[in-house]
Design a binder for this molecule. Structure first.
Ligand SMILES: [Zn+2]
Length: 480
């Protein structure tokens, strides 16, 4: 029996337990930095499986590390488990129906992500013990991927400094290795303070903070033409200053996401946006407070590790689906737009007419920068990192939708999740069979950084992510 079969066997033996963990995290549906029950569950399982668990790492209550082993190399398996607000949806149902109105939902499949990574860590722990392979497995419990970039805080706290390589995955609609960079991103709130007054009787005595928000947004929209086309700037008014038009709004707040391929470019655009905010305050006679919430870096791909991951994906094949699963995927696809379906299989003619992907995408290095962002980027600056997609959803399913929540608790998703565990564990063992690969991956990272060293994009004075409690509705920000 080769190592992939053995690792797969360990995961298959723990199948029921792993599915149960994933489904429970799906049920908890806790949003970023509030993943208390999900963390409790994951930590309990890690302890049961012989890992030493340290909670509250990096000064974040819901960040943790589960460790097994003592010697080098140190292997990081990254797990996420946060949900999105406003996306409550019944599992296994192909029509929009929330479990709870305005409730949360796992619209990015992080219940699967965290549990698939857990499967890999557990399989590695038993395999390495049985075969006397030196090394330490660390499961990194990374909170708040969708808001606040938990990993960026964890990297800044030095939690990855002695790691030799990191592996992770993300559920999606395709099977393949991810080999593209992603956009760096800043998350910044602009809070305007004015003076309230009766809007009908004494408007001249008021200073409207909401006017300032509107003028700032207009200013930024004019800025768009004069920034690099790869950049993305989007905003949400998180505090309108109340719902009474007859009150001049004394306070209002807008949240911005500022993205560009590199941190330095993001910083430049951020500074210009801050000036626009100051201009809006000047125009309206209000004051502005700039609250830097969080940030994340662009992703540095690592071909050395990616080709090994791809090789293991080739050896392990892709998840196979039965007729019932294909029919459910078809029902989900009835609810998707033609554009959604088409966008997913563009340039992949083999998938035309399919409901779920049944193929592995060929490995190709891409110079295209994914227009989303991930805090895996910060890990990839300090540790050679590889990640893959595994199909857990019908083709065309967009992220952060009720359709993705609905599929997160089905046998399609469970199959993908267990498969991801096998891919990650096999890739890790493959790498450890030839320690020169680790050195090669490290040298590749140095070369790709071209003399740059990691600087945290989060300013020193921002010690932790601040949940903006008056925010009317929190949706997914930084992640994807
Ligand atoms: Zn995600």
């Amino acid at each position: 029996m080769d190592f992939r079969e053995k690792l797969s066997q360990i995961i298959d033996e723990k199948r029921e337990m792993l599915i149960d963990v994933s489904d429970q995290i799906w049920d908890y549906a806790e949003t970023g930095f509030e993943e208390v029950q999900s963390v409790e569950l994951l930590c309990n399982i890690l302890q049961q499986e012989g890992f030493t668990v340290e909670k509250g790492v990096g000064g974040i209550e819901t960040a943790f590390i589960g460790t097994f082993g003592e010697s080098k190399p140190n292997i990081a398996i990254l797990g996420e488990f946060d949900a999105l607000s406003g996306l409550s949806q019944q599992g296994g149902l192909a029509q929009a129906e929330p479990v709870q109105l305005d409730g949360n939902g796992h619209g990015c499949g992080h219940n699967l992500l965290g549990t698939g990574a857990l499967a890999a860590a557990i399989a590695l722990r038993y395999y390495m013990e049985e075969h006397h392979i030196p090394g330490t497995i660390r499961y990194y419990g990374c909170p708040g991927e969708e808001i606040g970039a938990g990993k960026t805080f964890m990297v800044r706290a030095g939690l990855f400094d002695d790691v030799d390589f990191a592996l992770t995955w993300h559920p999606g609609t395709q099977n393949g290795v991810m080999s593209m960079s992603s956009l760096a991103c800043y998350e910044v709130s602009y809070r305007f303070m004015g003076k309230s007054s009766h809007a009908g009787v004494t408007p001249h005595l008021g200073r409207s903070a909401l006017d300032a928000v509107e003028l700032m947004n207009v200013g930024v929209n004019y800025l768009r033409e004069h920034i690099i086309p790869e950049a993305r700037v989007h905003y949400a008014t998180t505090n309108t200053g109340g719902i009474s038009p007859n009150v001049v709004q004394a306070e209002a707040e807008v949240l911005y996401l500022i993205r560009a391929p590199k941190v330095a470019q993001t910083e430049g655009i951020y500074q210009r946006i801050c000036n626009i905010a100051r201009g809006a305050a000047l125009m309206t006679g209000t004051e502005v407070e700039i609250i830097f919430q969080s940030a994340l870096s662009d992703l540095i791909p690592n071909k050395t590790l990616e080709t090994i991951m791809h090789h293991n994906m080739t050896e392990l094949g892709v998840p196979v689906h039965n007729q019932e699963e294909i029919v459910f995927a078809r029902d989900i696809r009835y609810t998707l737009s033609e554009e959604d379906k088409e966008a997913d299989i563009r340039d992949i003619p083999e998938l035309k007419g399919k409901e779920i992907s049944d193929m592995l995408l060929p490995y190709k290095e891409s110079s295209v920068v994914m227009p989303g962002s991930t805090d895996v980027g910060d890990v990839s600056w300090v540790v050679p990192t590889a990640q893959c997609w595994i199909a857990c959803d019908a083709l065309g399913t967009p992220f952060h939708t009720w359709q993705m929540v609905a599929q997160g608790k089905t046998s399609i998703a469970h199959k993908g999740m267990l498969h991801a565990g096998k891919v990650i564990a096999s890739t890790a063992i493959d790498i450890m069979q030839d320690l020169q690969i680790i050195e090669k991956a490290r040298l590749e990272l140095i070369e790709r950084l071209g003399g740059e060293t990691y600087q945290s994009p989060i300013p020193k004075e921002v010690t932790h992510y601040i949940l903006r409690l008056h925010t009317t509705k929190v949706v997914g920000f930084l992640g994807s």
